[in-house]
Design a binder for this molecule. Structure first.
Ligand SMILES: [Fe+2]
Ligand SMILES: [Fe+2]
Length: 342
């Protein structure tokens, strides 16, 4: 994959460091401290892109960048600085939602469902079902491609961090995401086919320069939770909320695809998830999250944090998308009143 174009001082420092070196273990500090966002890093594209590039070293890497950069101590130090900010902002953004459920005893499955019910955000799938244009749907595919072309890969980092029935259930879910033994049914491969059917490039990371801050934040949140063993409970909660909010949205998007006449290959990816995620929802909630909390009760608050993080980021992504697709009514009204007074 190509290195993305920097979008500010943080991503510039990271991209420049990766570009210039033949020896990644050069011991030069990134010095990111002066540029870290004071608040709301979830909507800061420079911050999110810098972190995304550092995480990507753990997935497919970049053309022309030494693979050893993955474990460069200075890059890891820089990543840790960025992660402190991401965690601060995720904790702040999820506080209100988490306050709607107690985190003491009770059924953790019910508590995750309560979070899902309490979460707020615009309904992008409904918009796709009823009124999105072809261009808007293509934008949805481009934004989703950043995650979906490596669908479920972050969760694979969690497998060695759990044991017993939780590991078995997570492996079962991943096996399904990875095509159930059939490479052509890898969910990432189904999405690639859907992209091609829309006239898009399906190469991994091809559209990174088009990814919005919320899209990058969604990807970074999954990587952050799944790459830290201390947050394994949050990674499982995140997975459960993700699976449990997929079936109905995928059904609506599949119906939007039919309305737009986009064809079988586009529809196939979303249709696959109507059935699959109904099963994954139960596996993730009961066999993974409830079993993990039963084995390690101290994980409960992390499980709920991870679920809330997934829901909050989803809402930020949805809000950003609909704002870009549909100008604010207030702006539209202001523009009209300008025309009237002119
Ligand atoms: Fe999937
Ligand atoms: Fe799934």
């Amino acid at each position: 994959m190509h290195l993305p174009a920097p979008r500010g001082p943080l991503s510039d420092r990271v991209v420049t460091a990766l570009r210039r070196d033949s020896d990644p273990f050069r011991g030069r500090a990134l010095d990111l401290g002066a540029y870290l966002p004071a608040s709301d890093g979830l909507r800061d594209e420079d911050f999110q892109l810098a972190l995304w590039v550092l995480y990507e070293l753990h997935y497919r890497g970049f053309d022309g960048v030494d693979d050893r950069a993955e474990w460069d101590p200075e890059l890891l130090r820089g990543r840790a600085e960025l992660e402190t900010v991401l965690e601060r902002d995720l904790r702040a953004a999820t506080a209100d939602l988490l306050a709607t459920v107690g985190d003491e005893d009770g059924d953790v499955v019910e508590q995750i469902r309560q979070l899902i019910d309490a979460a707020d955000g615009p309904d992008v799938p409904r918009f796709v079902q009823r009124e999105a244009t072809r261009d808007q749907f293509v934008d949805l595919m481009v934004q989703r491609s950043i995650y979906t072309l490596k669908e479920s890969d972050p969760s694979s980092f969690v497998l060695p961090r759990v044991d017993g029935s939780v590991k078995v259930a997570l492996a079962e879910l991943q096996y399904d995401e990875y095509g159930g033994g059939r490479p052509e049914r890898l969910h990432a491969a189904l999405f690639a086919k859907a992209m091609e059917a829309c006239g898009l490039e399906s190469e991994y990371g091809f559209y990174i320069d088009h990814a919005t801050a919320p899209t990058l934040a969604l990807n970074n949140t999954a990587s952050f939770l799944c790459l830290h063993r201390r947050l394994r409970g949050a990674a499982l909660g995140h997975l459960a909320a993700f699976e449990a909010t997929s079936t109905l949205p995928c059904r609506k998007i599949a119906s939007g695809i039919q309305r737009l006449g986009l064809g079988e290959a586009v529809w196939d990816y979303f249709d696959e998830h109507v059935e699959a995620d109904a099963v994954h929802e139960e596996v993730a909630l009961r066999s993974i999250c409830a079993a993990a909390v039963a084995a390690e009760p101290a994980l409960r608050s992390d499980v709920l944090f991870g679920a809330a993080a997934c829901l909050v980021i989803d809402a930020v992504v949805a809000e950003d998308m609909l704002t870009r697709w549909r100008p604010e009514p207030l702006e539209a009204a202001a523009a009209m009143s300008h025309q009237v007074s002119a």
